[in-house]
Design a protein around this ligand. Structure first.
Ligand SMILES: Cc1ncc(COP(=O)(O)O)c(C=O)c1O
Length: 376
């Protein structure tokens, strides 16, 4: 991580933790009294896992979902004393670290169950585990009809404690919920055929399901994108989604200003030629920061309370912005907003995602470690 007090870093992520708390309150209302296990994988969707995990912990959340053992290890080593569920599939070679750190794996092969049980026995530990059922996502997970046998297999190992049985949606964020209802039915059928005590926690809901599929609530939910105040898609039906508040702002500052003549080519490949004498600002922001080069000549920044067009190719470390309209008022050192608000105007991660033909998840997750994460 870059030092947060490094004065040379002018492109920064600002985190509004009050909004994180508001989003958690909203999600808790939607999920009723169920436990929420926030997903803080991929550096908390680019927001900064350390800061987000600590704040969620202060708010009373003590079980977090991460992608791999390494993400959990980093947070545990940094003193975040929480329970970590490792969502992605792992190899047997990852088991020693998982057992040492006491993380909770998601299991879907006998090989992993056996190797984990043996390592836990060797270390005299009992490890809480989750079984993943593939109810229709087609990614990791056993087939629903395999659940009874798989549960027995886990139960036969005293060094393992079955804490959860889970599944994951493929299309919960789409308007048509037919396939999601089929997935809920598949999961329910698998659970119905399985001898399970009431201590086993059933969990399936992601953000979209928390808003739109109350039948998927089960015992615990795993919200990700919504805790950061971003909507899972534009097709969420529940109007409560409108109350989410983006936690992150991404801002930089102008480091250079230059008057150029008309018919002047800008940046690599000269993909932008001025059609009038222009004032061009340079900002220390590029694809090395996670500002996609594919946005070149197709994105605005907020400067001086106005939308200003980015011009010419975005390079690794610097980009150009046409600030001709601000001539006489704009100065070196002025703020430029990439994602966030300025003077009542707003640019959201959704706007950048739409331009790139992707989802807001990818925009925020792509913000590189180079931007220090600062608590507002
Ligand atoms: C298994 C699992 N559960 C929950 C989530 C959270 O999903 P969302 O960010 O859409 O809430 C994810 C995200 O990728 C996931 O992979």
């Amino acid at each position: 991580m870059p030092r947060t007090d490094d004065p040379s870093r002018l492109t920064k992520v600002y985190l509004h933790l009050d909004r994180l708390a508001d989003n958690m309150r909203l999600l808790q209302q939607q999920a009723g009294g169920r436990e929420l296990w926030p997903c803080i994988k991929a550096n908390a969707y680019g927001h900064g896992a350390d800061i987000i995990a600590r704040h969620l912990y202060r708010l009373g959340y003590t079980t977090f979902c991460v992608a791999d053992v390494g993400e959990a290890m980093a947070l545990l080593d940094a003193g975040v004393d929480a329970t970590f569920i490792v969502l992605s599939a792992m190899l047997t070679e990852h088991i020693p670290a998982l057992v040492k750190y006491g993380c909770e794996p998601v299991l879907c092969t006998h090989e992993l169950v056996d190797a984990l049980a043996e390592e836990a026995e060797r270390r005299g530990k009992r490890i809480a585990v989750h079984i993943k059922v593939d109810s229709g996502m087609g990614r990791i997970g056993i087939r629903p009809e395999q659940l009874p046998e798989f549960v027995s297999h886990c139960r036969a190992r005293p060094s393992l404690r079955l804490r959860g049985i889970m599944s994951h949606f493929a299309c919960a964020d789409e308007e048509d919920k037919a396939f999601s209802y089929r997935q809920i039915e598949n999961f329910n059928n698998a659970l119905a055929q399985t001898q399970c005590d009431s201590l086993v926690i059933r969990h399936m809901a992601n953000s979209a399901a928390i808003f739109d599929l109350p039948k998927a609530g089960f015992d615990a939910c795993r919200p990700g994108i919504s805790i950061y105040g971003l909507r899972p898609s534009h097709d969420i039906l529940n109007p409560a989604v409108n109350h989410l508040k983006p936690v992150l702002e991404w801002k930089t500052r102008i480091v250079y200003l230059k008057e150029v003549a008309s018919d002047f080519g800008l940046s690599y490949g000269r993909t932008f030629i001025t059609d009038k004498p222009s004032l061009i600002a340079t900002v220390p922001l590029g694809y090395g920061d996670g500002f996609s080069r594919r946005l070149s000549n197709n994105v605005d920044l907020l400067i001086g309370g106005q939308r200003c067009p980015q011009v010419g190719r975005i390079t690794m470390d610097m980009s150009l912005v046409d600030v001709t309209e601000l001539r006489g008022t704009v100065n070196i050192g002025d703020e430029a907003v990439i994602i966030g608000e300025q003077n009542g105007l707003e640019i959201g991660a959704d706007e950048l995602a739409a331009k790139l033909g992707t989802i807001n998840y990818e925009i925020v997750t792509a913000i590189s470690q180079r931007s220090p994460r600062i608590v507002v």
